[in-house]
Design a protein around this ligand. Sequence first.
Ligand SMILES: *[C@@H]1O[C@H](CO)[C@@H](O)[C@H](O)[C@H]1NC(C)=O
Ligand SMILES: *[C@@H]1O[C@H](CO)[C@@H](O)[C@H](O)[C@H]1NC(C)=O
Ligand SMILES: *[C@@H]1O[C@H](CO)[C@@H](O)[C@H](O)[C@H]1NC(C)=O
Ligand SMILES: *[C@@H]1O[C@H](CO)[C@@H](O)[C@H](O)[C@H]1NC(C)=O
Length: 371
Amino acid sequence: MAFSSSLLFFNLRLFITIFLSVSGTDSLSGDYTSIFSFGDSHTDTGNFLYIFNSSNVGNFPYGETYFHHPTGRCSDGRVVVDFIAQAFGLPLLPPYLACSEGKDLRQGTNFAVAGATAIDAAFFEERKIRGVIANISLGDQLLWFKGLLPSLCHSPTGCHKFLRGSLFLVGQIGMNDYFYLFNNGSSLEVIRTYVPQVVSTIGSAVHTLIEHGAMTLVVPGGPPMGCFALTLTIGASLNKDDYDKETGCLKRWNELVQYHNDRLQIELDRMRDLYPHAAIIYADYYNAAFRAFCSPLQFGFSKGALSACCGAGGPYNYNSSFGCGTHEARVCKDPSLYFNWDGGHPTEAGHRLMADAVISGPYDLLVHACH
Ligand SMILES: *[C@@H]1O[C@H](CO)[C@@H](O)[C@H](O)[C@H]1NC(C)=O
Ligand SMILES: *[C@@H]1O[C@H](CO)[C@@H](O)[C@H](O)[C@H]1NC(C)=O
Ligand SMILES: *[C@@H]1O[C@H](CO)[C@@H](O)[C@H](O)[C@H]1NC(C)=O
Ligand SMILES: *[C@@H]1O[C@H](CO)[C@@H](O)[C@H](O)[C@H]1NC(C)=O
């Protein structure tokens, strides 16, 4: 588990160097002209709610922090992509599906949809996997992007020129692929066999974007899902050995995500060899977030990092029948003291911790075990 290969480190440095040499100041603004992002509920800024307008995510207390109303983000406030946009002085990304035709999206848009998978929906349908909530894949999001391009730029040369100035956030994505398999009865051993396919799907998205002219791509790994209230609840075990002693996280779930992240980094190395002119940056969400589970107090999570702020009780304040946003759920007083918002997603404070690792470092996080 080499989380910080020298290449990774080099690319992050390169990213920062390019940026600083352009801006010439400490303020993170003015480098990129637009941001395009892809992913699932960790990145969605309103697409899912646009499609499923009666979803719980459209109810209070979603959005209570910062926006003061529900926006479709699966958070009390901002998510990683919002912090990135703000750091680069760009507007918060409008959700693509909610943008009416003719709206100027030249500063970027967000294609991420809660519940989205990396692998195509047909894969899940063919295997009779129930409970797929959005039926939208990374491939669908790429099709939307390609469909949007003619309104942004005109010739292939023009598009390369336009996209050269854009920042692409590709993920995180893939965790839903694993959750859907798990909820349908697959063991973690079986789920592990799907990791290469999930990762190669992300790799081919990177490939497609670069072929269209993308030059700077941030590709996040998965967060430590074994530490999330949702996973701790659906994966609850009577065997104490299944839990990490120091953090209380489910070890085998975290190992699954680490395997995904290791494979993803190998895939990104392969892409760097293929496209040496592109800056392909691996964002280490896993270790950025894992710090909070090792030392919650140090990162301000004085109510602990495992329990959800918003939920209807149970050992981790998560109950899948009564999610945040339902009448049965209660919300904590101060979400900033929690890492976990609604069981499956971080609070704004949790998102900020991961975003900071992308925006200002440290870039050589080597946590993956507490001490
Ligand atoms: C949701 O969409 C339906 C169908 O378009 C519409 O009738 C309904 O008013 C919408 N509900 C909300 C809360 O916007
Ligand atoms: C998913 O569950 C359905 C219904 O139990 C079953 O028929 C199907 O084989 C399962 N798919 C996988 C991949 O386990
Ligand atoms: C999911 O998407 C596939 C492909 O786009 C489509 O054929 C299918 O009908 C969709 N299923 C549902 C339940 O929406
Ligand atoms: C969720 O709530 C139901 C109804 O109160 C209860 O039976 C169930 O045990 C709860 N689940 C958890 C994980 O607390």
